[in-house]
Write a protein that binds this ligand. Structure first.
Ligand SMILES: [Zn+2]
Length: 57
């Protein structure tokens, strides 16, 4: 029982440490500055990858 809990904790820690690749911050489309969201993704208008505007610290 304990071992299973430990494994889950390690997986969660690994995801937090970078395997997840989801840095916090504001992302916007270079072509459409009004398009902003809180995670990486694509612009719904032109499909370009969103660019990191400012890192949330
Ligand atoms: Zn766009």
């Amino acid at each position: 029982m304990f071992r299973k809990t430990l494994a889950i904790a390690i997986l969660a820690l690994a995801a937090t440490l970078g395997c997840g690749q989801s840095p916090a911050g504001i992302y916007f489309c270079p072509m459409h500055p009004e398009v902003e969201q809180g995670q990486p993704g694509k612009c719904p208008k032109c499909g370009m990858d969103l660019t990191l505007k400012e890192a949330a610290s």
